[in-house]
Design a protein around this ligand. Sequence first.
Ligand code: KG4
Ligand code: ZN
Length: 358
Amino acid sequence: MTVLALETSCDETAVAILRGRDGRSGPKLLASEVASQVAAHEKYGGIVPEIASRNHLLFAPQLLDRTKSVAKINLSDVDAFAATSGPGLASSLMVGASIAKGLAIGFGKPYLAINHLEGHLLSPFFSDADGEAGIRPNVSLIVSGGHTMLVRVHALCDYQVIGRTVDDAAGEAFDKVAKMLGLAYPGGPEIEKLARDGDPNRFDLPRSMPGSENFSFSGLKTAVRYLLPKVVGRFCETPGEEERLTQTPYKLDDRVLADLCASFQQAIIDVLVTKTIAAAQKYNVDLVTVSGGVSCNEELRRQLHEACSRNGFEFKNAEPWLCTDNAAMIAFAAYLRLQVGFQSQVTEEINPNLALVS
Ligand code: KG4
Ligand code: ZN
């Protein structure tokens, strides 16, 4: 069983080919290619949907060619074609879904519309030696640029959303605070790098919505916004420079910048870890999983792993290359769904607001 998947929900164009191994062990990834558009959107300070969809149209055929040649297969060898059908940007989703549908129609093979969030959710199981039967009940934290969610996973295709962000996603907060600090996009990796040398206890930042299963990060972002002029005034007192320094993005002393990044990152980690462990205890699961772009953050992985060990939970994270958007996770979700007889109609529309559970 060979599956080809496209992922074009936002600003990454990705194609992957996965082949099942007849129930012996998990499927084998034959090829996975991602074309980043970060450089194309950087100068606008955010993603421009029309540029994203034009680039998907440009990159997708090139990536299809490359994955085919890396996997050493012809398109006629593929047993099913899949694409992300939501959530995401409508004009971006349309590109990947249209290509996958066209290939499915052309080769007379099944088409599978896959939820991007399910791709993230299942990605911690990707590398399991016994991947075929490996989706066990767990509490899953999905943390990305667009989503922050706690999901109770009963089995494949059987999910219950326990909590979600009521405003910004965790990755969005990383990106927005990084922008205030004059750091490059995406901001998460930049903040993580600077935080390594910083003191996470230097600045007292809020941990929002304690006791709730939902998340809120916009208050934390605003707290950093209000803190900035104060720390600039207090720590960067070069005469005549204060006015320039209080313009955004702020230019901070290296030590202040590192301490601020570490304090901000720790505020996010505290909230994610506390709520995930509380949910795992409440729903009495053995396993905690984490996925999505923010789960690339080593400090988050370390602290979540430690908290799981302390509380008797097994911990599984998606490998770093599977955390940010990619098509391997979409191919994997499609592959698992095919095993249980799932198929989509080629008339199924993309849905920018697609929920994980309908
Ligand atoms: O999963 P993803 O590629 O796209 C969405 O589905 O949103 O996640 C991208 C997000 C960005 O906000 C980025 O800043 C964040 O993941 N991110 C990180 C790290 N690497 C990526 N956040 C914190 N620490 C990181 N190392
Ligand atoms: Zn994503």
